[in-house]
Write a protein that binds this ligand. Structure first.
Ligand code: NAP
Length: 256
């Protein structure tokens, strides 16, 4: 398929970002995906890839201008607040259209015992009242919030090893999703987990733990998503792909 010369930036680090990059590359669109560089060996998307921060909104605006970017899709994780803010301000400064691609949050079903909180620190305050053996799936960067949760043993699952401060009674499980319900059930049983802690990341790749918790009647502490600046947004990769195609084809320099 003929390639469209204009370059589209995807702010990535999620499965949706990788799926969008693959779909656009297949449609002949030139894509560069941007990763923060937090994970030692990330899953790489198709198309071009750049790694590392831009230097805030001004840095991003300069980068968009330098590379003559036609459109930006912010497909970063719902809890990646700073890059979301940078995307809104940086694209406005550079005059480049922005779309937010964000998967829907998780919704409890009958039988769930979910406890909503606003922050990981609030989660740490609630956990001891729900159980003394907790499974933390909120990522390695959030573990410091539990460093002073007393009387609780933690199992923390993360992609790369966490750094201090950490809870004193901690076992770390290094792994990366997706996860299956049968394996999550086995894990919760093996470690006699009494409470699960998660961010409301949404999506199907890591939702098996919620099904397992429901089946074992384990309470779940769910951290609400932080608010994001208002911008045009979609929840599906297909809708994001259609938005990009409209922009690259409308562009005066695009070639079919
Ligand atoms: P964050 O707090 O919003 O970002 C901190 C800084 O890292 C940003 O200001 C930016 O630096 C840089 N950055 C973040 N995402 C970037 C990207 N895609 N490309 C280039 N620079 C980026 O983000 P975070 O929560 O640390 O997450 C980092 C990345 O991991 C995100 O891309 C996100 O999609 C992914 N991720 C996050 C989570 C989570 O729970 N937070 C979970 C799964 C995946 P500058 O200001 O210098 O531009």
């Amino acid at each position: 398929m003929a390639s469209i010369a204009r370059l589209v930036l995807i702010l990535g680090g999620t499965s949706e970002a990788r799926a969008l990059a693959a779909a656009l590359v297949a449609s002949g669109v030139r894509v560069v995906s941007s990763l923060a560089g937090r994970v030692a060996s990330p899953r790489l998307p198709e198309g071009e890839v750049r790694v590392g921060g831009f230097g805030g909104p001004n840095g991003l605006a300069g980068w968009l201008t330098e590379y003559d970017i036609t459109a930006v899709v912010d497909a970063t994780h719902p809890f990646a607040e700073r890059i979301g803010e940078s995307a809104v301000r940086g694209t406005a400064l550079a005059g480049v259209p922005l779309l937010r691609l964000e998967r829907p949050g998780w919704v409890p079903t009958p039988g769930d015992d979910w406890h909503w909180v606003d922050t990981l620190r609030e989660a740490a305050a609630v956990v001891p009242s729900l159980g003394s053996r907790a499974f933390l799936t909120s990522g390695r960067q959030g573990l410091s919030a539990f460093a002073h949760a007393s009387g609780v043993w933690f199992l923390a699952r993360c992609v790369d090893p966490p750094e201090p401060p950490l809870p004193p009674r901690l076992e770390v499980l290094l792994s990366r999703g997706p996860y299956r319900v049968a394996d999550e059930l086995a894990l919760l049983r093996e470690h006699r987990i009494e409470v699960l802690v998660t961010k409301d990341s949404g999506g199907s790749l890591t939702s098996a733990k919620l099904t397992a918790a429901r089946q074992l009647r384990v309470p779940v502490v769910v951290v609400r998503r932080p608010p994001r600046a208002a911008t045009e947004s979609v929840t599906s990769v297909d809708a994001a792909e259609a938005w990009v195609l409209e922009r690259v084809r409308d562009h005066p320099h695009a070639r079919p």
